[in-house]
Write a protein that binds this ligand. Structure first.
Ligand SMILES: Nc1ncnc2c1ncn2[C@@H]1O[C@H](COP(=O)(O)OP(=O)(O)OP(=O)(O)O)[C@@H](O)[C@H]1O
Length: 229
């Protein structure tokens, strides 16, 4: 039985990709409950399935077995369109390589997802969020005119502005130098605390992991350890 109080509740979650002749078992039975507002670090060796687990939990990829409820919704039973709809406004995603749209300004990058979900003041909210992350002087700049740290601030603003219940971050400091990485982590945690969102972050950085309420180690597609502070 999934835990209906949880922000994320997974039971025996599996992900098998590849072909029928050569299946690759990527997630091999993950059980996980994450409570609303919890901050959770996901660690593990390269290839252990961290990004795949995040893709499934965030609705980017559909699990091939088990049960998964995210914000009370059945993510295994939904088709791709329903998953995309369920994600919109509820789930914010920050990736290592920023993934901003190169033909859009900082403000447009933040506003566009909100416009797509029918938010009436998307531009105003985008401006306000970019101000909070310290980029009010960069509203009309394109990603290529911004430093890596600035691009990640835009990506954080884009993830946070719709006020999602859940934020997923996959090695958000992986492409940044140490000092900029620390600034980005501080910003991410500050915005999470102010909005009360649940945060799940993939990291190789033990210092970042220490800032989380809980640390999960993934090993070969299953949870190897789960430690609460
Ligand atoms: N579409 C796919 N088809 C087959 N195998 C895949 C596919 N996607 C990922 N894999 C494999 O699944 C395993 C887990 O990959 P995943 O990217 O989730 O690991 P990770 O723990 O995030 O690794 P890293 O720390 O290197 O990013 C890897 O062995 C990878 O090669």
């Amino acid at each position: 039985m999934t835990n209906s109080q949880a922000a994320i509740s997974a039971r025996n979650l599996t992900l098998t990709l590849g072909t029928a002749e050569a299946p690759v078992e990527i997630l091999r039975g993950v059980d996980l409950d994450v409570m609303p507002g919890e901050t959770l670090a996901l660690l593990g060796p390269s290839g252990s399935g961290k990004s795949s687990l995040m893709a499934v939990l965030s609705g980017l990829e559909r699990a091939t077995g088990g049960t998964l409820e995210v914000a009370g919704q059945d993510f295994v039973g939904m088709d791709e369109d329903a998953l995309a709809h369920a994600r919109r406004g509820r789930i914010g995603i920050v990736l290592q390589a920023f993934h901003l749209l190169p033909t859009m300004t900082a403000q447009e990058n933040v506003a566009t997802p909100m416009e797509l979900s029918g938010e009436s003041d998307a531009q105003g909210r985008a401006r306000a969020e970019l101000e909070v992350v310290g980029l009010v002087h960069r509203l009309d700049h394109y990603p290529q005119q911004l430093s890596g740290g600035e691009q990640q601030r835009v990506a954080i603003a884009r993830a946070i502005a719709p006020r999602p219940d859940l934020i997923f971050a996959d090695e958000p400091t992986g492409n940044l130098d140490a000092a900029t990485g620390h600034e980005i982590v501080d910003l991410l945690f500050a915005r999470r605390a102010e909005t009360g969102a649940t945060l799940l972050v993939i990291t190789h950085d033990p210092e970042l992991a220490k800032q989380c309420d809980r640390v999960i180690q993934l090993g070969d597609g299953v949870i190897a350890s789960d430690t609460k502070r």
